[in-house]
Design a binder for this molecule. Structure first.
Ligand code: TRP
Length: 323
């Protein structure tokens, strides 16, 4: 099976990105050929800083590597370095029904958030995502729930292309993580953890910062450490984080803190997170000191990716009668 996934370079990653995505990617690469993209062309559909985006892309590559993506097994690419992504996106856009694009909830949300810049790129965002996936003929796409609709559109586009021009693409499936894919904000457990501020723990936060943020994290009424998403959303979120960093079962953690209250649980959770992030932080520091190595890894990834990408584009254009 071939796996494709990607993230936008838009600032620092947090533990939600790690526990909900990267940790799973590292597992997937043990069994499948994986391509992981830094999708900078997606990032420019909403306001961005031209002075920072290249740096952010490189930082994201470092994050992938530090999290354990192995460049010997997986291919890491920066989307804008491989023009075939946009080439295929143009072709797929001629198959994409306007009505379906209008129904995309992420488009509707982002259009609302960026009223003064509702651009065509934002509208076609899912088509570019479909191109990312189909260019490598991926079968499996690990994503959060919020991207499932885009993968569904990808399947539609693959099917349409195949019907019109002959079997070319597999219909890729979304792999939605059932548990822990949604780490919630530390200050509002009803919101997804987002990229900035006190509500999230960045992967590069120092132990002091982590201590501070967990101390400030909201809890629920009562004092029992119990998993109950409905009545104890904050504690359930903290339990999930504890569970995913320690690999201890939720029930065992509950037992451990029976009759002990939130303060002690939070104190231990802090240490679990600090310990859990340590290997990542150490690897990242080493990589930071050696930018040449990262560049070399990217160049090698690009070469491998481009070979696949060029073959797909050639096949697509031939089947369409363009060449
Ligand atoms: N749209 C995805 C997100 O916002 C990122 C992304 C772009 C992606 N292309 C992709 C994810 C292809 C999976 C596969 O999270």
């Amino acid at each position: 099976m071939i796996v494709f996934s990607g993230m936008r370079p838009s600032g620092q990653l947090h533990i939600g990105n790690y526990l909900g995505a990267l940790k799973n990617w590292v597992e997937l690469q043990k069994k499948h050929q994986c391509v992981f993209g830094v999708v900078d062309y997606h990032a420019i559909t909403t306001p961005f800083n031209p002075k920072a985006i290249k740096k952010d892309s490189m930082a994201l590559v470092l994050d992938y590597l530090a999290a354990g993506i192995d460049p010997k097994k997986s291919i890491i690419i920066v989307q804008s370095h491989i023009p075939e992504h946009t080439e295929l996106a143009w072709i797929l856009s001629t198959l994409a029904p306007l009505g379906e694009l209008e129904r995309m909830t992420q488009f509707k949300d982002k259009a609302k958030q960026n009223k003064e810049n509702v651009n065509a790129g934002l509208f076609c965002y899912p088509v570019l995502m479909a191109a990312d996936i189909l260019l490598y003929k991926a079968d499996l796409v690990p994503v959060g729930e919020d991207q499932a609709q885009h993968v569904e559109l990808t399947r539609t586009l693959a099917r349409k292309f195949n019907n019109k021009f002959g079997k070319t693409f597999p219909e890729p499936k979304a792999q939605l993580l059932k548990f822990g894919a949604r780490i919630m904000s530390l200050t509002d457990p009803n919101q997804k953890m987002s990229k900035t501020g006190d509500e999230s723990i960045a992967l590069i936060d120092s132990p002091e910062k982590i201590r501070e943020k967990i101390k400030k994290a909201v809890t629920d009424s009562g004092k029992e450490v119990k998993y109950d998403e409905k009545n104890k959303p904050a504690i359930s979120n903290l339990l999930t984080i504890y569970h995913l960093f320690s690999d201890k079962a939720i029930a065992d953690i509950e037992k451990k803190y029976q009759g002990k209250g939130y303060a002690e649980f939070k104190k231990d959770l802090t240490e679990v997170i600090i310990r859990g992030l340590k290997p990542f932080q150490e690897r990242r520091k080493k990589l930071e000191k050696n930018p040449r190595l990262t560049e070399k890894i990217l160049a090698e990834g690009q070469k491998k990716a481009q070979k696949i990408a060029q073959e797909t584009i050639k096949e697509v254009k031939t089947k369409m009668g363009l060449i």
